[in-house]
Design a protein around this ligand. Sequence first.
Ligand SMILES: Cc1cc2nc3c(=O)[nH]c(=O)nc-3n(C[C@H](O)[C@H](O)[C@H](O)COP(=O)(O)OP(=O)(O)OC[C@H]3O[C@@H](n4cnc5c(N)ncnc54)[C@H](O)[C@@H]3O)c2cc1C
Length: 391
Amino acid sequence: MTESCDVAIIGGGAIGSAIAFFLLEKGFGGRLAVIERDPSYRFASSALSASSIRQQFSTPVNIALSRFGIDFLRQAGDRLAIGDDRPVIGLKEAGYLFLASPEGLSILDKNHLVQRAAGADVALLPPPKLEARFPWLSLEGLAAGSLGLSGEGWFDGPGLMQAFRRKAQSLGVRYLTGEISGMERERNGISALLFGNGSRLTCGTVVNAAGPQAGKVAALAGLTLPVEPRKRCVFVFDCRAPLPDCPLVIDTSGVWFRPEGARFIAGISPPPERDPQDPDFDVDYALFDEIVWPALAARVPAFEAIKLTSAWAGHYEYNTFDQNGVVGPHPEVRNFLFANGFSGHGIQQSPAVGCAIAEWIIGGAYRSVDPSDLSYDRIPAGQPLRELNIV
Ligand SMILES: Cc1cc2nc3c(=O)[nH]c(=O)nc-3n(C[C@H](O)[C@H](O)[C@H](O)COP(=O)(O)OP(=O)(O)OC[C@H]3O[C@@H](n4cnc5c(N)ncnc54)[C@H](O)[C@@H]3O)c2cc1C
């Protein structure tokens, strides 16, 4: 069977659904289809995300995208309401605290200048100020910390994804269930998508929003995209002692932790030898025992007596080239758009990416937020955009 549409979005997670929502909100009048292989979203990044948002990046484009994100999250209840039904995405603006050792201080200082210049509300705290503000923190080996004073925190990421999806559907977007397993390509463009069951969808524009599978989806179009799944584990634990005003803390060891309701969650990007390219979804409990817990206990003495209550594993859509998003059209296959590779910061950037891609499709230019620095062109040019603050 052959159907047709003007825009086909492959993947209906937070990114694909945000693009669909913004297209309709901005008045796109064409036929739009979102193709999602698993509407339960059981293994989608957006469903397994730690869903935190920060301004503390080292590149202006990431700061701009996340500043757009926090503005949108503050209004999400209104923007994504369906009649009187307002989604609750539980935004908590409790900040990020990046800690630096004496060796890491120059990078913290450098990032601070970039962040302030890009309008981020951040403050550098020397050890006495850290002690006064967070008396539960061990200052061992610390030279300073960088604290987000506003615009940073965490939220219900799966809830945001569902709110985008429901709102997009209420505005008339069609979600098709199925897996894209092939594409028909004409010289300078994609003409049709092929489903695993043999159906065919002709389309004018294709958006790759396939999360960790984005590299595989690009390959279906004959294109190279250095994005692959990488496993990240999140550990949930109880701590009896209260930690007043606890932000999301990034320790010098690379371990991060933050409150989650009455509990805490924590994790770390594993060392390369424990970070396979074709990962499963099994929790790496040894990572907690050997790396995460010792670092937690060293940084917060009250964490010596924690109890691990649960854990989960999800896949990052990891950009092996430079750990940054790839956003916008392919330079030659102009009707193929990327919205991929966010490497652990995609859910906070989903509003900005959704808006930018929608504006590109409708008017051929970015207007409200500019992700041009994330264009695909840097990949064939061999010019990585390095993000120093990867968590
Ligand atoms: C453990 C963990 C912690 C994270 N923490 C944060 C954080 O604190 N802050 C942050 O901003 N980000 C974080 N992220 C990253 C963030 O969750 C992702 O960047 C974001 O959710 C990506 O959204 P997406 O829509 O691109 O991908 P997904 O949510 O994975 O959606 C892609 C969809 O495409 C579908 N699909 C794939 N291939 C096909 C195909 N061939 N045909 C049809 N459908 C297809 C999939 O089924 C999937 O539903 C974290 C991720 C993980 C795993």
